[in-house]
Design a protein around this ligand. Structure first.
Ligand code: ADP
Length: 593
């Protein structure tokens, strides 16, 4: 059983199931303690020929055996089977629901966390929270709750029965139990540390595996399989060692429990035998007493299990809580308005931006205005700040007040949702889901009709490619389906953005993997379909953006120049140098060809 900020609420939410489970458990425990009484009657009946039942002496014969021992035993066993089934259904049913609720909340929180969180927390670690840690918490909630209730109920009931038979023998039996409790507390604490470390090692292993699978092409191309294997082995060894350490502590705890239980049996046999010898007990009573102690063994054993489970559960819950408590850093201010009927004006006013973990400003004193309907090219060296700039339009990060405006409204005064809804974005790493091509294109506009989807694909010059697939738009992509080329991926992503038909379209290096003829077709289509709507295109090839209404030339985080291609070529030396260099490279390439 575990308690904590994020789990307490579920004891209340599922109280009805826990109470029903508890009722079944009480019944089972009560009936279980009837069995030693039946043993006692059987043994005394066989030894003495009579049985003391309800204060009267009854002859032990076949009728008594069947009516008072066998039949009740059958009923007790049947009721216990039914009761055990019932408590399992209620306790484990509640635990499964808790797991599902927690998973929903975790995913919901993940959905709202900023990109910053995902840059510092790797996918493998997150996945282990959703698998290993959630499993442990579920175990702890269901099994743990049941064990605690059972240990308390059965333990207390059995000890009362033992006490009524002989208080001194009961005290002797319980002394080793006190030592067990003390030892278990110490070992339990140690085990929690070990479990925490074990989960950490497992997360590192998952991270590494996940990254290796994602980067398998690079690993193979650089013939680094052996290096990766060695690194994996090292992490696996660490994980194995952490597992062994935890298991050692767990085994130690179980051995301790076994030792104490055996020693109590010795005490009962020794002192109980002495009582029989002194005629204070008869053989049937000693068997009955041992029967009660047997009933206590499970609660005692479960104390060890409970400590082990709780320590694991607490460590896992702590890790899950870190995710649930993770701050959403990019959030709406209270009372923000919705950005409505967006025209597509964008303005930056003296913006300075530094990444939350950055050591220098990625953008410095950036000021420009893009009028609604303009097509704008963003160029500059790698790392100059182009992606950062468009990320800020999309409100991926927080920006200072009075620096970024859409349609004249400060982005901090309008909801993030409405800003993003006004934009269609093709990121640099075009991500496609493991779904059909149709659903991938329709991602931003669910329920988009096939004609509109095909039209968007035509504009992105990928319709022909898609039709060549055997299943056309129903072709599955990703792990269970086909793998498309880098260029096709880019064009499917462009189609996805075009289908959204947003007032602002942002393409981040989105035509880099297509040939110049295809690029031309896409650019021509864009100029037609985006007429009157704002389009921002980040590109490396000058030919891609030369015909744009406006070019922003970014150099080392600063806006070095702004204007048409001809204006920049005439007025900006650095831009001219870049254009000439590219031209030379192209001519060189053609010459070589
Ligand atoms: P470009 O798109 O022009 O290639 P970026 O906008 O991606 O350049 O990067 C601009 C600068 O910001 C670079 O120096 C880069 O290292 C840094 N940068 C980019 N992303 C992050 C981030 N998430 N955290 C810290 N620094 C970043």
């Amino acid at each position: 059983m575990i308690f904590g900020k994020h789990i307490n609420r579920y004891y209340l939410k599922y109280a009805h199931m826990l109470l029903l489970g508890l009722a079944a458990l009480v019944t089972v425990d009560y009936l279980q303690l009837k069995i030693p009484e039946l043993y006692q009657m059987l043994i005394n009946g066989m030894n003495q020929g009579f049985v003391m039942a309800d204060g009267t002496r009854v002859t032990f014969d076949m009728t008594f055996l069947l009516d008072r021992i066998c039949m009740p035993m059958v009923w007790v066993i049947l009721a216990m089977v039914f009761g055990r089934f019932a408590w399992r259904v209620f306790f484990f049913g509640a635990a499964i629901r808790v797991e599902a609720d927690l998973r929903d909340r975790m995913f919901d929180n993940c959905r709202n966390l900023s990109c910053e969180y995902y840059q510092t927390n790797k996918v493998g670690s997150l996945m282990s929270l959703f698998t290993n840690d959630l499993d442990t918490v579920q175990d702890c909630y269901g099994w743990g709750f049941m064990m605690l209730c059972d240990a308390l109920l059965l333990g207390v009931l059995a000890v009362i029965k033992m006490w009524n038979m002989d208080p001194l023998l009961t005290v002797f039996s319980m002394i080793p139990m006190a030592f067990l409790m003390a030892a278990s507390t110490v070992v339990g604490r140690y085990m929690m540390e070990k479990w925490d470390y074990r989960q950490e090692c497992f997360s590192r292993l998952s991270d590494f595996a996940q990254e290796s699978f994602s980067g398998i092409a690079v690993i193979k191309a650089f013939v680094k399989e052996a290096k990766e294997l060695m690194a994996f082995r090292k992490l696996n060894l660490e994980n194995e060692k952490a597992n062994v350490d935890h298991t050692k502590a767990s085994v130690l705890l179980h051995i301790l429990v076994g030792l104490f239980v055996e020693s109590v049996i010795c005490v009962i046999l020794g002192y109980g035998g002495y009582l029989v010898y002194r005629h204070q007990f008869n053989a049937g009573q000693l068997v009955e007493f041992i029967g009660y102690f047997n009933a206590v063994i499970w609660p005692i054993m479960s104390v060890a299990e409970l400590i082990d489970m709780t320590s694991r559960g607490m460590a896992s819950l702590k890790r899950i809580s870190e995710l649930l408590d993770a701050k959403q850093t990019v959030v709406d201010r209270p009372g923000v308005k919705e950005l409505e009927n967006v025209r597509g004006d964008i303005a930056f006013r003296d913006l300075n931006f530094r990444y939350p973990d950055g050591e220098y400003d990625a953008l410095e004193h950036v000021s420009f205005t893009i009028h609604a309907g303009e097509s704008v090219g963003l160029v500059g060296k790698t790392g100059s700040g182009k992606t950062t700039l468009v990320d800020l339009i999309l409100r991926t990060y927080n920006v200072p007040d009075g620096t970024v405006f859409i349609d004249g409204q400060d982005v901090n005064d309008v909801s993030i949702r409405s800003v993003r809804a006004a934009c269609a974005y093709v990121p640099q790493d075009n991500f496609l889901f493991s779904d059909t091509i149709e659903n991938n294109i329709a991602f931003g506009v669910p329920g988009g009709d096939r004609r509109a989807i095909a039209n968007a694909a035509r504009l992105a010059d990928v319709d022909g490619n898609i039709r060549e697939f055997q299943k056309g738009y129903d072709t599955l992509l990703g792990e269970r389906g086909v793998t498309v080329s880098g260029g096709q991926k880019q064009r499917i992503s462009i189609a996805r953005a075009l289908l959204k038909d947003a007032p602002i379209l942002i393409l981040d290096d989105s035509v880099s993997a297509v040939d110049t003829r295809t690029e031309d077709t896409i650019l021509q289509n864009l100029s037609q379909v985006r007429a009157g709507k704002t389009t921002i295109l980040i590109a490396h090839r000058i030919s891609t953006i030369a015909r744009m209404d406006k070019i922003l030339f970014i150099d080392d985080g600063k806006l070095a120049a702004m204007g048409t291609h001809d204006e920049l070529y005439a007025s900006c030396g650095a831009y001219r140098q870049m254009v000439d260099l590219q031209r030379l490279e192209e001519e060189g390439g053609e010459g070589n060809g």
